[in-house]
Design a protein around this ligand. Structure first.
Ligand code: E4P
Length: 217
């Protein structure tokens, strides 16, 4: 399972990268705004800065909602750096854009996916990644993990190559459960990744080992 971090915060990206288990980054316009990255020039520079920190794929989202605009923006984003993956919303024009970029050999991440039907369309259109937003489904009394399970089943039925990128991951158990269900990738906050480290028996056991070692020396 690949680990992506879902942030535009360079310090957090550096910290995740230093763990040695980071495979990529996802961003979205809200995450960029949260870091105060405003204006086209600054946004494009920020994507390059992120690419220079990590080794893997970096999702950069288009703002246009018409096909022509998505193609123009997506091509400009893809030219920024070889690690850029163009993030396209799951709308009718977006499906056309996914197919366009597939034919052009440009990687895509289909975002804002909330149903199996949408995921099926994204795969048919040749998306590299599909991003079901599990946390936002949970927020709306719908089990996000069930969506991961169902998309896995459908994709396996037809051997679709589109990777399931579990998005809107909010906590560590989301990561664990997505792994159990066979999501190819998860993207979440640094806290969800670092939470995987924690177990009180590890801390108690280590303290005991160190104390015993001290006694014997
Ligand atoms: C995915 O690529 C999105 O950036 C993200 O996971 C959305 O998460 P949120 O629901 O926590 O905003």
């Amino acid at each position: 399972m690949k680990f992506f971090i879902d942030t535009a915060n360079l310090d957090q990206i550096r910290e995740a990268q230093s763990l040695g288990v980071l495979d990529g980054v996802t961003t979205n316009p809200s995450l960029m705004a949260k870091e105060g990255i405003i204006g086209e020039k600054n946004i494009l520079k920020h994507y390059v800065d992120i690419c220079n920190i990590v080794d893997g794929d970096v999702s950069a989202e288009v703002i246009a909602v018409d096909l022509k605009g998505m193609i123009k923006e997506g091509e400009a984003l893809a030219k920024l750096h070889p690690q850029i993956v163009v993030k396209i919303p799951m709308i009718e024009e977006g499906v056309k854009a996914l197919k366009y970029f597939y034919d052009a050999g440009i990687k895509t991440n289909c975002t804002l996916v909330f149903s199996v039907g949408q995921a099926l369309l994204a795969a048919k259109a040749g998306a590299t990644y599909v991003s079901p937003f599990i946390g936002r489904l949970d927020d709306n009394s719908t089990d996000g993990l069930t969506l991961i399970e169902e998309i896995r089943l459908v994709y396996d039925n037809y051997a679709f190559e589109t990777e399931i990128l579990a998005a809107s991951v909010r906590h560590t158990m989301h990561v664990v459960n997505c792994a159990k269900l066979g999501a190819d990738v998860m993207t979440g906050p640094l806290s969800a990744i670092k939470g995987l480290l924690k177990h009180p028996l590890t801390d108690i056991g280590l303290a005991q080992f160190l104390a015993d070692h001290k006694k014997g020396n």
